[in-house]
Write a protein that binds this ligand. Structure first.
Ligand code: TYD
Length: 211
């Protein structure tokens, strides 16, 4: 496998989707082959699972929610992420396993060991080279007006546990870089993102210079 695998994580409203797009555009502008994708919903099967998880009318058990996220990921890794990495593409993925650990594990208090085991099967052990974690507290996040999905509707306490979960993941994994995104403009955050990428993935910087 020759491409770089970069994931973006954070609570809802942390601005990570905007940053995923800006990073993708910057890589393309540097002449680096890149792919922008997201979870849940990065495949046709995944889009149906996303609808079921986030906007379906039925009540899901925590275990069902965790397994549906993992099913989405299994399809996504096999159909999209691995083939792109094998072709040398830099894959930018908006959410990955850390989201399941934070939302279903720390947030909903599902077993972390079970989540790890299920995700090992789903991804066949595929880990990101770099994870960018956007640090915005639940009380500081951007709250979308109008339609919000089933997970965004959960209590502040739930989102607080998710936030603490992400911070714990950052402490435990060297691949995670925390980006302090509070009260920063998108351009300021994008500059921190690029700095993290070239520091952690020096080959990326060299490719950008060559092109
Ligand atoms: P996201 O696509 O980032 O939200 P948005 O529609 O705001 O761009 O994520 C959708 C929701 O799914 C978000 O609340 C987090 C949740 N989620 C989990 O609970 N577990 C997971 O494993 C993943 C990937 C997402």
């Amino acid at each position: 496998m020759s491409g770089w695998f970069i994931t973006l994580e954070g609570i809802d409203g942390s601005g990570k989707s905007t940053q995923a797009k800006l990073l993708y555009e910057r890589l393309l502008a540097c002449g680096i082959a890149a792919l922008l994708t997201r979870e849940p919903g990065g495949t046709v099967v995944g889009q149906a699972l996303r609808k079921l998880c986030l906007n379906g009318g039925e009540t899901l058990t925590w275990e069902t929610e965790m397994l549906l996220m993992a099913a989405d990921r299994a399809q996504h890794v096999q159909e999209v992420i691995r083939p792109a990495l094998e072709q040398g593409c830099c894959v930018i993925c908006d959410r990955y396993i850390d989201s399941t650990v934070a939302y279903q594990g720390y947030g909903a208090q599902a077993s972390l060991a079970a989540i790890r085991q299920v995700n090992m099967i789903a991804t066949q052990g595929l880990e990101p080279h770099l994870t960018l974690l956007f640090d915005i507290k639940p009380t500081e996040r951007y709250v979308r007006q109008g339609e919000v999905d089933r997970i965004e509707k959960r209590s502040l306490e739930y989102h607080q546990r998710v936030y603490e979960g992400f911070m714990q993941i950052a402490r435990e994994n060297e691949r995670v870089v925390v980006i302090p995104a509070k009260r920063k403009t998108p351009a300021e955050v994008a500059a921190m993102v690029w700095q993290a990428c070239v520091t952690k993935l020096p080959h990326l910087d060299r490719s950008a210079e060559l092109n």
